[in-house]
Design a protein around this ligand. Sequence first.
Ligand SMILES: Nc1nc2c(ncn2[C@@H]2O[C@H](COP(=O)(O)OP(=O)(O)OP(=O)(O)O)[C@@H](O)[C@H]2O)c(=O)[nH]1
Ligand SMILES: [Mg+2]
Length: 316
Amino acid sequence: MFFKSAFDAVKRGLSRTAAAVGSGLRSALHGRTLDDAILDDVEARLVAADVGVAAAREMVASLREEFRAGRVERGDDALEHLKRSMKARLAQGDAPSEGIAITQTRPAVVLVVGVNGVGKTTSVAKIAHSIKSSGRTVLLAAADTYRAGAVAQLAIWAERLGVDIVRGADGADPAAVAFDAAQAAIARQVDVLLVDTAGRLHNEGNLMRQLVKIRDVVRKVIPGSPHETLLVLDATSGQNAIAQATAFRAAVDVTGLFVAKMDGTARGGVVVAIHDALGIPVKLIGVGERPEDVQPFDADKFVDAVFADPGATIPT
Ligand SMILES: Nc1nc2c(ncn2[C@@H]2O[C@H](COP(=O)(O)OP(=O)(O)OP(=O)(O)O)[C@@H](O)[C@H]2O)c(=O)[nH]1
Ligand SMILES: [Mg+2]
């Protein structure tokens, strides 16, 4: 896939989180000498950033240990320690990821799922844009026939991005649309088929079964697919994202997460909580509403951006 100026975009997309978390931690620690009150304050700030209570507690416990042992006394060293432990935490269990898996065999199929309004269709457009920019061909499947206007919304993206789309009428059977799109993807020899689906609450049994049907139909036409099932989560939804991911994973073997709307939250630390709770890799993050506002998730860049000093120039 093709991404522009990664660190700047990540930093811009995470500016609200950085303003809350990074600046907050820096003002608590910079130029100061550690004590127990400061350590408690740091833990509270991490919890407020939504990294999860367990992560906050463990990160501060390890810092406290260093402090007690006399290895870390300066607040600025504590900041570095926190950065390192957040990076180590996010790196656990994840292969370094360059965004989504695009197979050598054509077509690669990416099924995009999630609850209502999290950013699925926009994320499909972003992925389409980045694949097209890398010189590959994309076909969109408008398998959200459920919400009025959803097909038209994706069709507008297809036109703007200059990519093909297979669409049924509003109200058509989404599995039939997915079937047609999978066949078209083979016939037209496209590199990647992106399937947009209707938003559904994770506790709606019927709609979750419909999703399984879409997946099975695509798999029948293109054996071994979908190669990637991306669950889109809204970064602003906090801990509820974990319940969503648990339910979607049980239904359709989610292979990766697309965390959208990172730019809209001061609590981007939720990525840490999601990672801890699920162990599903975060593959991409959405940092705005434009097609180019997407980045592959890179734990080191993410943590650097969260801790970045807005006033300072960025080391590259
Ligand atoms: N700021 C910001 N807005 C986003 C991002 N991704 C999506 N949005 C916005 O979120 C709103 C919903 O996006 P959609 O892509 O329509 O969401 P959806 O999940 O397809 O919604 P349904 O199909 O109704 O379930 C739109 O206004 C998008 O512009 C993002 O990364 N950042
Ligand atoms: Mg949609």
